[in-house]
Design a protein around this ligand. Structure first.
Ligand code: ACO
Length: 381
């Protein structure tokens, strides 16, 4: 029996703090005109010190779970696509799993730069279609503002923070994520990287003084690569799904630069009304950009049951990824207040349980240590 992977819930979170182009022009040698003309970006949202990758992921995930109307205990797997994880380890996905009370779920992070969300969505859909899992939470969450050099005008104008999430569920009903293309070309890795902080250049005074913990990018080369792969990856995935290009109802590209999006749309002969663009308000939020755009497209009434969607991303790695989706979810109704209250209670209870497990682990450690000491003392007596 063929199985299909349908998107049944979605949610997003962006920090309230906004940084406009004019704000940036006060600190680096740039102008609103240059940024708008060269990128299409007008402003970006920047996380406060309390808003971390895991916290934003959690907000977006809770909204997606609410729309999906699933109990977190039904989730089999949590994947967080991010290039700016909370820690080197543990995985941000484990923090989200715990905070949600998704007790049955496995959890891991996926790092594929700005292609991360489509990579995660595609692998989750593959696992569902293969029968391994039934309900998977996929999140893209980034705090790029923490790895941006705010004195480098060539990169600091481009990026923003935020998170988007979806819930995928298996069904025998045809539709959902029908085809995916994943690609990489590691020979271009040095074109876009954070060179310091990993095993090659462990963090230390040297890496900090030489600013190796910040994003380094060859913008021109990344631009050339992006215009090439956005159109080709979209063409390939549409062909794999067995659709003609004209069947695309909505194209949701990674939101990095409006000129890259326009070039892909021209190559695919897509009219502007079929192309979703929101980077004017968010900048490039990396792995979060496509799920945030999806949420906004749904809110704007641009996604209807039966529509044919194409998502395509490109990014560090170098990587690219595309997927073809036949949308099946109906617009959700308003959540009744009792249900919202029940969710809050459930998350509160998960928090208490998590604290309980941490405490019991500590007590367990103290008791084990005491037993060990007693046993060590015993032979002497
Ligand atoms: N304000 C004013 N001038 C600027 C700015 C700025 N913010 N940034 C660069 N310039 C100047 C440069 O110094 C240069 O000046 P010069 O001619 O006097 O030397 C001039 O503008 C042109 O600079 P380039 O970098 O060559 O400009 P380019 O045409 O390549 O455009 C841009 C730059 C917009 C960054 C473009 O290269 C781009 O969008 N590249 C793709 C980047 C991208 O999408 N990255 C994200 C990848 S996804 C991920 O995984 C994170």
């Amino acid at each position: 029996m063929p199985r299909y992977a349908h998107i049944i819930g979605w949610g997003k979170y962006v920090p309230p703090n906004i940084l406009t182009n004019d704000d940036l022009a006060k600190t680096v040698d740039t102008t609103d005109k240059w940024i708008r003309e060269m990128t299409g970006i007008g402003q970006r949202h920047i996380a406060s010190s309390k808003e971390t990758t895991a916290l934003m992921a959690l907000h977006a995930a809770r909204d997606a779970i609410e729309v999906a109307d699933v109990n977190p205990a039904e989730i089999d797997l949590v994947i967080v696509a991010t290039a700016t994880p909370e820690y080197v380890f543990p995985a941000t996905a484990c923090l989200v799993q715990d905070a949600l009370g998704a007790e049955r779920a496995g959890a891991y992070d996926l790092e594929a730069g700005c292609s991360g969300f489509v990579y995660a969505l595609s692998t989750a859909a593959g696992m569902i279609r293969g029968g391994m899992y039934n309900t998977v939470l996929v999140v893209g969450s980034e705090t790029l503002s923490r790895v941006v050099d705010w004195n480098d005008r060539a990169t600091c104008v481009l990026f923003g923070d935020g998170a988007g999430a979806i819930v995928l569920r298996g069904s025998d009903e045809p539709g959902g994520v029908l085809a995916s293309i994943l690609g990489s070309d590691g020979s271009g890795g040095e074109l876009l990287m954070v060179p310091g902080g990993g095993s090659k250049h462990p963090p230390g005074p040297e890496t900090v003084l030489s600013k190796m913990h910040f994003i380094k990018m060859n913008g021109r080369e990344v631009y050339r690569f992006a215009t090439r792969v956005m159109a080709s990856a979209s063409r390939q995935v549409v062909e794999k799904a067995g659709w003609p290009l004209e069947k695309i109802d909505l194209f949701i590209p990674h939101q990095a630069n409006v000129r890259i999006i326009d070039s892909a749309a021209r190559a695919l002969k897509l009219p502007p009304e079929k192309v979703f663009v929101n980077l004017e308000r968010y900048g490039n939020t990396s792995a979060a950009s496509i799920p945030i755009a999806l949420c906004e497209a749904i809110d704007a009434g641009k996604v209807k049951a039966g529509d044919h969607l194409v998502m395509v991303g490109f990014g560090a790695g170098l990587t690219w990824a595309s997927c073809a989706i036949q949308w099946s979810a109906a617009k959700p109704g308003v959540t009744p207040p009792q249900k919202a209250a029940a969710s809050r209670l459930r998350y509160g209870w998960s928090g208490i349980k998590s604290i309980g497990w941490r405490l019991s682990r500590r007590i367990d450690a103290i008791v084990s240590k005491a037993i060990e000491l007693t046993e060590r003392k015993a032979p002497e007596e």
